[in-house]
Write a protein that binds this ligand. Structure first.
Ligand code: MN3
Length: 201
């Protein structure tokens, strides 16, 4: 049972102007596809072939780098497409909004801290909002690692994440990662993030 590329849940142009269509197309059709293909190659003919993506990611540190990197790439991008949406952005609501206020002081303070983690990640990686034992934490990971991995400094359930690899923003924003991060808030699917937060508790 080979891993497969999930379809984008909206058209590549749907997140314009925050994230441009060409970036979405190349990011999904080429980069994500490559993680899927290389993951399939890395597990072929090994006992890892029959494991789920979640099982592989949980023990990533014990696996060959090709599985850690491409398995992480597949998990992270499958997640990323879902926590973005057209006609989204705004603010979280309900229990998540209360928890963000409780754990970070305010929504604006949270956004600032999250953007700092994303801007401060040297080179390629991700920034995350993580639920850990009922508390919300912000972290960042290098390459295609994520908070579900045994190797993560901050472990927990990722409920929001942003890809800060240059391939995620270079065509439109070139080297201006902070501008990409500012636009990211316009397309966050808080409904999905909220759902994942409640499911993680
Ligand atoms: Mn990417």
């Amino acid at each position: 049972m080979a891993f497969t590329l999930p379809a984008l849940p909206y058209a590549p142009a749907a997140l314009e102007p925050s994230i441009d269509a060409m970036t979405m197309q190349i990011h999904h059709d080429k980069h994500h596809q490559a993680y899927v293909d290389n993951l399939n190659k890395a597990v072929a003919g090994t006992p890892n072939e029959n494991k789920s993506l979640e099982e592989l990611v949980a023990v990533a540190g014990t696996l060959p780098p090709a599985i850690r990197n491409n398995g992480g790439g597949h998990w992270n991008h499958s997640f990323f497409w879902l926590i973005l949406a057209p006609n989204a952005g705004g603010k979280p609501t309900g229990k998540l909004a209360q928890s963000i206020d409780a754990d970070f002081g305010s929504f604006d303070a949270f956004k600032e801290k999250f953007a700092a983690a994303a801007t401060g990640r040297f080179g390629s990686g991700w920034a995350w909002l993580v639920e850990q034992d009922g508390k919300l934490l912000i972290s960042s990971t290098p390459n295609q690692d994520n908070p579900l991995m045994d190797v993560a400094e901050v472990k927990g359930t990722p409920i929001l994440g942003v890809d800060v690899w240059e391939h995620a923003y270079y065509l439109k924003y070139q080297n201006r990662r902070p501008e990409y991060l500012a636009a990211f808030w316009n397309v966050v699917n808080w409904q999905e993030v909220n759902k994942r937060y409640e499911a993680s508790l």
